[in-house]
Ligand binder design. Structure first.
Ligand SMILES: NC(=O)c1ccc[n+]([C@@H]2O[C@H](COP(=O)([O-])OP(=O)(O)OC[C@H]3O[C@@H](n4cnc5c(N)ncnc54)[C@H](OP(=O)(O)O)[C@@H]3O)[C@@H](O)[C@H]2O)c1
Length: 268
């Protein structure tokens, strides 16, 4: 039997996608399959996703003319999985594999294949991620719409050129780690001011969650929102002056540049 969509790799990313697709009713569960090489993980997936087919390997019979594949395996396994998809006659593929170019995926196929490459980030695990997508040489607008509809089930999607995916990796791919580092530092700062660690954690988590919602929901610029809490000569101004003096802005510019450069090196 052939499927509408086959997710290859049912680990963290693959299972988050399947969960999002099922909840969004992207297709009937019976039209969805996940291919997972690890037996134990297949058992977990079968319990978690009733009605979705859980397969040990992709075979010719699973692929019809309309079947799309999402590649969700680790980079080391990706080209092998792409070659298997090619051998099964897949003509449309979305990859979430970090650092693997559309050109290298296309090279696994003898015939032209529509490859969309993406860079999601970890909040896709709770369907609040942000992903960027870029098309390869044989991609149409319909292929990009298709890929956007899949990743849209686990968050928001932006379209970029493939050249920009290294910048995306350094910004939103690594972004959650930058954020958690700032969270850790802020919690520590609260403790240094005499708050208990638990109270400090609650205050910091609430502050970031609320501030992010304010940014997204009002559509106001970060400059406007910052000005709203910065009275002339006040407490926030004193704190911000210290951060500017320590070149926090420049540190972020350099952090994103370093991560993007590392992504370029790894992709070579
Ligand atoms: N996690 C993230 O937040 C994130 C963000 C951006 C991009 N990505 C990309 O997403 C991809 C998957 O990451 P992940 O965190 O989900 O990895 P993961 O948890 O290790 O999941 C990959 C799963 O695929 C299985 N597998 C390996 N080769 C296979 C094959 N040929 N056919 C079917 N299943 C196969 C693995 O089994 P074994 O363990 O037996 O090998 C494993 O269970 C990576 O390429 C990563 O670059 C992830």
């Amino acid at each position: 039997m052939s499927f509408e969509l086959v997710v290859v790799g049912g680990g963290r990313m693959g299972s988050a996608l399947v969960e999002g697709l099922v909840s969004a009713q992207w297709c009937a569960p019976s039209s969805l399959a996940v291919v997972e090489s690890a037996l134990e993980q297949r058992e977990v997936l079968s319990v978690r996703f009733a009605g979705v087919s859980v397969l040990a390997t992709l075979e010719l019979e699973h692929v019809g003319p309309e079947t799309g594949v999402v590649l969700c395996v680790k980079p080391d396994h990706a080209e092998g999985a792409a070659r298997l998809a090619a051998a099964c006659g897949v003509t449309r593929l979305l990859s979430v594999v970090a650092g693997l170019s559309t050109q290298r995926i296309e090279a696994a196929f003898a015939a032209p294949v529509a490859v969309v490459r993406s860079m999601p980030n970890t909040p896709v695990l709770i369907r609040r991620g942000v992903s960027a997508i870029a098309g390869g040489s044989h991609v149409t607008a319909a292929d990009l719409d298709w890929a956007e509809s899949i990743l849209g089930a686990v968050g928001t999607v932006v379209r970029v050129t493939e050249r920009n995916l290294d910048a995306v990796t350094g910004l939103s791919g690594s972004g959650p780690a930058y954020f958690f580092l700032v969270v850790e530092a802020m919690i520590e700062a609260g403790v240094h001011q005499g708050l208990s660690r638990e109270v400090s954690r609650q205050l910091v988590a609430g502050t970031f969650a609320g501030s992010a919602a304010l940014l997204v929901e009002t559509g106001d610029s970060p400059e406007e929102l910052r000005a709203q809490v910065t009275s002339p000569g006040g407490t926030t101004a004193a704190g911000l002056r210290m951060l500017e003096g320590r070149a926090v802005r420049a540190a972020f510019l350099e952090a994103v540049a370093a991560a993007a450069e590392r992504s370029r090196q790894l992709g070579r």
